[in-house]
Design a protein around this ligand. Structure first.
Ligand code: 2BA
Length: 107
């Protein structure tokens, strides 16, 4: 079995979780925060059989999209008074980790 950890944008969350539900893939949704932008995103934990990995990856690919967001470098307490030109950052579609699981048990 594999555990898929998918970090996605909040804007894509409902489309992906609907697709997973429709295809009967159990999943858990975590509210997370990206370390670079420090903005909310979503991490999905999805436990699947090895043979199902590609199907889930295709669902992620078809529902999670790239978006440009404006980021002000160095924004934070240290630079609160300084004006810094925002830069465009390309975020997504999805950052995905596929991990081999030793065991999957419901106790
Ligand atoms: P954030 O860390 O907030 O990063 C958001 C976007 O900022 C990234 O999009 C990337 O385009 C850009 N970015 C990140 N670090 C950067 C840097 N040092 N310099 C310039 N630009 C940078 P994505 O690559 O699509 O990542 C989206 C989210 O996925 C990330 O949000 C983070 O939550 C997660 N992520 C990405 N790579 C990861 C990794 N290696 N390990 C764990 N989580 C990761």
């Amino acid at each position: 079995m594999k555990m898929i950890l998918a970090i996605i944008q909040n804007a894509d969350r409902d489309n992906l979780t609907s697709a997973l539900r429709k295809a009967k893939f159990g999943h858990t949704r975590l509210n997370t925060t990206g370390g670079f932008l420090r903005q909310g995103n979503t991490t999905l934990v999805i436990g699947v059989e090895d043979a199902e990995v590609e199907t889930v990856l295709r669902l992620i690919e078809s529902t999670c999209h790239e978006r440009e967001v404006l980021h002000r470098p160095g924004s934070g307490a240290l630079h609160a008074d300084a004006y810094v030109e925002p830069v465009k950052i390309l975020v997504g579609g999805a950052t995905v980790f596929v991990l081999t699981m030793d065991q999957f048990r419901k106790l």
